[in-house]
Design a protein around this ligand. Structure first.
Ligand code: PHE
Length: 453
């Protein structure tokens, strides 16, 4: 262990780690994206396939990422250097992840900024001012205004940096312990309320009655891809968070808890949103505008609607914040561990850099609407496509191949020690990493690239 590692402070408690890692996993992916893709792919059958992907693909890769970090005890690139030596090519696995985390932060902060704006709108009573049309128009107004978008995006990034600057214990763990219970509380409140609304039963039926005839092959691929995104895999988060864990941590058990919390939030959020949609007698397939355009209108038709809308957007903002801090931490940990930068400087510089890259992402909805980075895609869409569809699955694939094939039982026995290498769970885990995950991810990537027709 060198001087860098010995000054690293880890999580104060296992619960703190689980809350922080679940905080990373639970984000816009759960509350904004999962409900609308479930709507698009037809409900129950998609949910089942998605659950299968989390269990069979996401969980094993999460364990693999955590174990790399725990053994390396450094950031997502440094851990590979420790484990494989300074000249090893495996460091590129870490490099892809760190770059993915940085790019992700830049465009994630745009949508996260919208959630801040909506908290403000809900709190200042803007939703009650107009009729349905005005409220629907608020989203267009927000995305049309370059200044307003950038303002909230900057504020969001400043809040993210304000937490990360405090370090693992004093910043990330401390805030996760406040924000995550608050998020669960808000969600349970909204969920219970929605179950008593006229659409409650319909939502339950929609989500839990699988109709496999509705399941298109694309849905399977959608579920696979989303499993990576929602569990924060392939972006170095679990390697970095795992590097602050102690040697005795039970990685199977911890990963299971993180994935379970993530799935629970996605399901409860979807049930809540669908009950609201069904109560208003709307069609389910709302598309990406579901949360920002449709939902505020629908909330206001319910009793206590203004309060509900405020609680809902607070929930969304908290979820986005605890995810963004994990993205920033991946890059900050790299600068601190590898360049020996003080945390304050690292956070400031990386946060600012993310904002500068975030500017063209934010402007993609107004000033730069007509500018394509990748053919036919705005800057925002290009980065989203690059990161969510290619870099995260690629990062996850390489992690699976690395731990599955490169780590042999005798070489890595100390790392495997509390994974019970003689047990069946371990054997299943290795099988997934060696064969199932690489095959599944290659299929996703080839499909995204359009090679499967
Ligand atoms: N899991 C987060 C979400 O669902 C997104 C994320 C991906 C966060 C990768 C960190 C790393 O919104």
């Amino acid at each position: 262990m060198d001087a860098r590692s010995s000054t690293r402070k880890g999580w104060a408690s296992r619960a703190g780690f689980v809350l922080a890692a679940a905080g990373s996993a639970v984000g816009l992916g759960n509350i904004w994206k999962f409900p609308y893709i479930t709507g698009t792919y037809g409900g129950g059958a998609f949910v089942l396939v998605y659950l299968g992907c989390i269990l069979l693909l996401g969980l094993p890769i999460m364990v693999a990422e955590l174990i790399i970090g725990r053994c390396g005890q450094r950031d997502a690139i440094g851990s590979f250097l420790v484990l494989e030596g300074p000249d090893s090519r495996w460091k590129w696995v870490g490099a892809v992840s760190v770059v993915a985390a940085f790019l992700l932060l830049a465009f994630y902060s745009v949508v996260a900024g919208w959630s801040f704006d909506y908290v403000f709108k809900a709190a200042s009573g803007e939703f009650s001012k107009g009729g349905t049309e005005q409220i629907g128009g608020l989203f267009l107004k927000l995305t049309a205004s370059a200044f307003r978008g950038l303002f909230w995006q900057a504020l969001f990034l400043a809040a993210t940096a304000g937490i990360v600057i405090g370090g693992i214990r004093g910043g990330i763990e401390r805030w996760s312990k406040i924000l995550m219970p608050a998020l669960f509380g808000l969600l349970i409140l909204l969920f219970l309320h929605s179950m008593f609304s006229p659409g409650g039963m319909l939502a339950l039926r929609f989500l839990f009655t699988p109709d496999f005839s509705l399941l298109a092959p694309r849905a399977l691929l959608g579920a696979l891809g989303h499993a990576f995104f929602t569990l924060s895999l392939g972006a170095g988060v679990m390697i970095t968070y795992g590097s602050y864990l102690d040697a005795e941590a039970d990685l199977f058990g911890l990963s299971f808890r993180i994935a379970a919390l993530d799935t629970l939030v996605a399901l409860l959020a979807s049930l809540t949103i669908f009950s609201v949609v069904f109560s208003a007698g709307m069609p389910i397939d709302g598309g990406p505008g579901l949360v920002f355009k449709t939902l505020p209108i629908l909330f206001l038709q319910l009793p206590f609607g203004k309060l509900l809308a405020l609680l809902f957007f607070l929930l969304l903002a908290f979820a986005a914040l605890t995810s963004a801090i994990s993205m920033l931490e991946v890059v900050v940990a790299y600068a601190v561990d590898e360049w020996c930068w003080p945390r304050g400087r690292a956070t400031g510089v990386v946060g600012l850099a993310a904002f500068f890259l975030g500017i063209p992402c934010g402007l993609s909805f107004n000033v730069l609407k007509g500018f394509a980075l990748l053919p036919g895609h705005t800057v925002f869409e290009s980065l989203d496509l690059l990161v969510s569809s290619y870099m995260l699955p690629l990062g996850g694939l390489m992690v699976a191949v690395y731990v599955g094939w490169r780590w042999t039982r005798d070489r890595q026995c100390s790392a495997f020690v509390n994974l019970h290498p003689e047990g069946r769970l371990f054997a299943a885990w290795r099988f997934v990493l060696r064969y199932f995950a690489p095959a599944a991810v290659l299929i996703i990537l080839f499909n995204e690239a359009g090679w499967l027709g």
